[in-house]
Design a protein around this ligand. Structure first.
Ligand SMILES: [Zn+2]
Ligand SMILES: [Zn+2]
Length: 308
């Protein structure tokens, strides 16, 4: 099979040919039809994550070994399976759940493999989707995509799960009754708008400094999109979201930058793309600090954040 590997951090991917694996036991061989490029792929390719405050997370310290075939948003069709693979069909199209754990620890055994400390995620610690085939260790990691195209289905494995998880942090009734204020309308933000709509949320208000992204957000179904640099941004958001009951989702890579923007709302959920406990605790600290905030004027803080 042909794969495009990271053989050296930061260097161009290298085309490599290896024998196509023959699935054994529970394994399933999937022919890749679509593979998304996630921002995490860029961090892994670079070899480290910038955690802010001069700290970084080195992928080698996290157990990554080169060469590696990246790509954890994969959709494809089953072409072969081991004798114990069970309920999958050759020719059927699936999206691959990539967040594999060790399968042995208590975290994995209670069904939270994505939280396993000995994770072996596809496209990070195991060969991923930047290849023509990927070997999946068990059929339970395959989700039938029905009549979705592989290109549409693939991003649900990371971008989709990430945003769904963040949105489900809110109690269902709150989510259905209160507007969501979404900060940032990049790839994850747009996915969040689509999923919020599919979950019958009360509506999404977007804060985003880039005009083209605001336009994309409106096209995706946001009810309003505001520029944080506008002097009356806070008033616009409050008016659209119905403060003080409007609430705020602080999102994506800008969580640190935007922590002060939570003053828009009494209800705050912070989701951060962190993979380290250090970064997560930073967010938790901020959540404690932000959550009880009364409504104050956030405009200057927001503007300052974007300039920094
Ligand atoms: Zn990802
Ligand atoms: Zn485990």
């Amino acid at each position: 099979m042909i794969s495009y590997e990271v053989q050296e951090f930061g260097a161009p991917l290298v085309r490599a040919e290896h024998p196509t694996p023959t699935p054994q036991g529970d394994e399933v061989l999937v022919r890749v039809l679509a593979a998304g490029v996630c921002h995490s792929d860029l961090h892994i390719w670079h070899g480290s994550y910038d955690l802010g405050n001069g700290k970084s997370l080195n992928m080698v310290d996290r157990g990554l070994k080169l060469p590696v075939t990246l790509g954890h948003e994969i959709a494809g069709e089953v072409v072969a399976m081991g004798p114990e693979a069970g309920n999958v069909k050759v020719g059927q199209k699936y999206v691959v759940f990539p967040w594999l754990g060790c399968g042995e620890c208590k975290v994995c055994k209670r069904g939270e493999e994505n939280l396993c400390l000995a994770g072996r995620a596809i496209g990070v610690y195991r060969p991923g989707g930047y290849s023509d085939h990927v070997l999946v260790p068990h059929a339970r990691y395959l989700v039938d995509i029905g009549d979705l195209t592989p290109e549409h289905a693939a991003p649900y494995a990371c971008s989709g799960l990430t945003t769904y998880s963040a949105l489900r942090k809110f109690a269902p009734r709150v989510f259905k009754e209160e507007k969501l204020v979404l900060i940032g309308a990049g790839g994850l933000g747009l996915m969040a708008i689509l999923i919020a709509k599919a979950l019958d949320g009360a509506g999404v208000i977007v804060i985003e400094p880039d005009a083209s992204k605001r336009e994309a957000a409106l096209k995706a179904g946001a009810q309003a999109a505001f520029d944080p640099k506008a002097p009356d941004c806070a008033d616009q958001v409050r008016s659209a979201a119905g403060a003080p009951s409007g609430w705020c989702l602080i999102a994506w890579d800008r969580a640190r930058r935007w922590s002060r923007a939570s003053v828009c709302s009494p209800r705050v959920a912070i989701w951060c793309r962190s993979v380290s406990s250090a970064d997560t605790s930073t967010c938790r600290r901020r959540r404690r600090r932000c959550a009880p905030s009364p409504i104050r004027e956030p405009t200057s803080a927001i503007s300052a954040s974007w300039k920094s």
